[in-house]
Design a protein around this ligand. Sequence first.
Ligand code: 3PG
Ligand code: MG
Length: 392
Amino acid sequence: MTLRTIETLGDLAGTVVLLRCDLNVPLDGDRITDDGRVRASVPTIRKLRAAGASVVAMSHLGRPEGAPDPKYSLAPVAKRLDELLGEPVAFAPTTPTSGVTLLENLRFDPRETSKDASERGAFATELAALGDVFVSDGFGVVHRKQASVYELAKALPSAAGLLIAAELDVLDRLTARPEKPYTVVLGGSKVSDKLGVIDALLPKVDRLLIGGGMLFTFLAAQGHRIGKSLLEDSQFDTVKRYVAEAEDRGVELVLPTDIVMASGFSADAQHVVARADALEGTDFGADGIGLDIGPETAANFASHIRSSRTVFWNGPMGVFEFPAFAEGTRAVAQALSDVDGLGVVGGGDSAAAVRALGFADDRFGHISTGGGASLEFLEGKTLPGLEVLGWQ
Ligand code: 3PG
Ligand code: MG
């Protein structure tokens, strides 16, 4: 680990530090529904302020189409940052002021995410003119080769902030010598998003628990009928290969034995628990849709998690946004918070899920601020936003 730290930037008194954060928070209108990423950005800002620097913070929010769009304004985030920091945050001024400034959504400029390196470079050059040095602290975005993540780090003296350092510390413990038993819990909707990480983790883990929408592709590949539940039939062969490989390697691949089947995709849908091999045997027949793992599965997953020393969890077990289908996710979160060892919540959706269900952050070993970034790290990929900070 040769990550350049803030100390390598020398005396920061009187300088202007450009700071890339990941303030891409979930919003309901202009209400922030999970401010975890804003809170996680505070320690580095405080450190830079304490060192006598002015801070120009920047981030993306969502995926606007490369043009200003009020729906994706960082204004609500500036307000929250102001409250958390306890000092004024100037939002999107035409000329950054001394103190703390937050620029408007970087992705309002199409060059931020351009595929063309010279366009990204030109944008990075403009950004670089706003400051003296660059600190990169948006862990959630280090897997993106984007102007403010990659090219900007080359345009100025640059270093990693405290959040990136803390995230890497934990991910390193998951990769280098994880204490055993090591269990990985995967959920979320698509198998195709998780292929790389399953490939990379099968040789390392003792147990792999599969929940969320992706579980139905596993059940279907085993010949079970799944009604209208999520299915990626293009992944049948891959999924079968995983099951075979897990067996060869002596990895326990744990699939659900029961599922909460619903009459439709809505918060107030009727629902009933069905056996995994009889999902179409409910009153909803072939129209039923699986929206959560069942209670037997939840208890089984919880006991696998509790008896592990290292656990990484990415992806909700069901549609936790609807209270009737949140129990599987709640059971996994509860068990993870009981782990005697290292229990890591990986990323955006899972982090939002545990907070929405009322779990305090300090009940977990670590809540990562990066979903895609942490998965790609565990896959062993080279992440552009880390490589450019000296990490290898
Ligand atoms: C995230 O929420 O995963 C990060 O902020 C990265 O966002 P992106 O997937 O739109 O690049
Ligand atoms: Mg994402």
